[in-house]
Design a protein around this ligand. Sequence first.
Ligand code: NDP
Length: 399
Amino acid sequence: MIAIKKQNAAKNIAPKSIALFGATGTIGDNALSLISDYPHLFRASLLTAQENWQKLARLCHQFHPDVAVIANPAHYATLKEAAPATTRIMAGEDALNEAAALPCDAHLSAIVGFAALAPTFAAIQAGHTIILANKECLVAAGALLMEAVATHHAPLIPVDSEHSGLFQLWATTQHNPPATVTLTASGGALRDWEITRLHDATPAEAIAHPNWRMGAKISVDSATLMNKGLELIEAQHVFSLAPTQLDVLIHPESLVHCFITFADGAQLAQLSIADMRLPIAHALYYPHRLALNLPPLSLATVGALHFSAPDSARYPCLRLAHHAMQTGGATPLILNAANEIAVEAFLQQRIRFTDIAPLIEETLAIFTAPSPQTLDEVHEINHTARELTLKRIATWNHS
Ligand code: NDP
């Protein structure tokens, strides 16, 4: 490991300062493990959390960031007391946005859900390099975000494994735009369950992902395949693709992350082991590659790779996401808001796993809005969609 560190150490170059938004989550864990393994290359200059001030305080002692932000202001005093005096402590949602504009070499957007939108937008407006793990912000406000990326010349490097794969393949499309782009999906924790049993799936069962260790929300999204639907919309924005160019295949091994199909039928795929440190390291060190100390992908050991079309009866959320992507405007934003509320209600055991899709479908049916032109309008539509879904959950018969 030390030899690898030395091999990769860029001599006499200051480590890249990384502002890590969502430091206490699973993407945060993976990013911090890379930062800790390659201190010559990367430094955590800013760390944030929502509630988990204890972990944030521990990380401050370990990584000595210049700034730490706790989004829930109720934890300000306790965090300040527990963190080293050399770290400036900020608190509250506005502080998150203010901190996002502070100088850094890269902004890693790894807060879960819609909450990432405002700080990511602020970082784009500051012209920072955006390393994007969060997908909900692009689903909610893709057109506005990508417009801001262009206006402020903020480079955007995706970290989602499928989008990182596409990003790596994209150079091959320079003279030949892709005919189609396929994202793969593991199928989630309940992939092999009888459809009739899904009704009884508990949160613990739905988040027990077979291939990836991820936060609770994305793990449930993975089980419903909403995650893949959100990723289609993310790919649409990041790679300027038409909805008709985007497709999904179930691939239980999670080794082929995506592939591009060209006009002549040739396909190029990106493969790697299922470990988020790979795409994060690719984004952090781009355009170079780190000699990561991870197990190699041995196709001989794997032996066989499997692919199948997603079953629409098992995964109704994918159909809803397709509909939202094709409709465009405010529909993906409403879809995302309803999904966040429904997933939260499922995790709190207020609704069943199989209630998630019908709840989202109802919100989409009763609420339409014009395409948002500003961030304020995005927030307004998001708020209304959440309130409507919450109201419906209150009277939902989930027996
Ligand atoms: P986690 O739930 O593990 O972590 C979420 C992070 O966001 C935590 O630091 C949490 O703080 C913080 N947070 C939660 N709510 C708020 C809020 N309202 N305001 C500010 N901060 C908040 O999520 P993941 O790391 O799994 O995922 C993060 C994002 O990356 C998601 O958008 C996900 O879709 C995407 N992603 C994740 C992958 C993965 O492998 N995990 C793969 C690809 C994409 P606290 O701990 O204090 O609650």
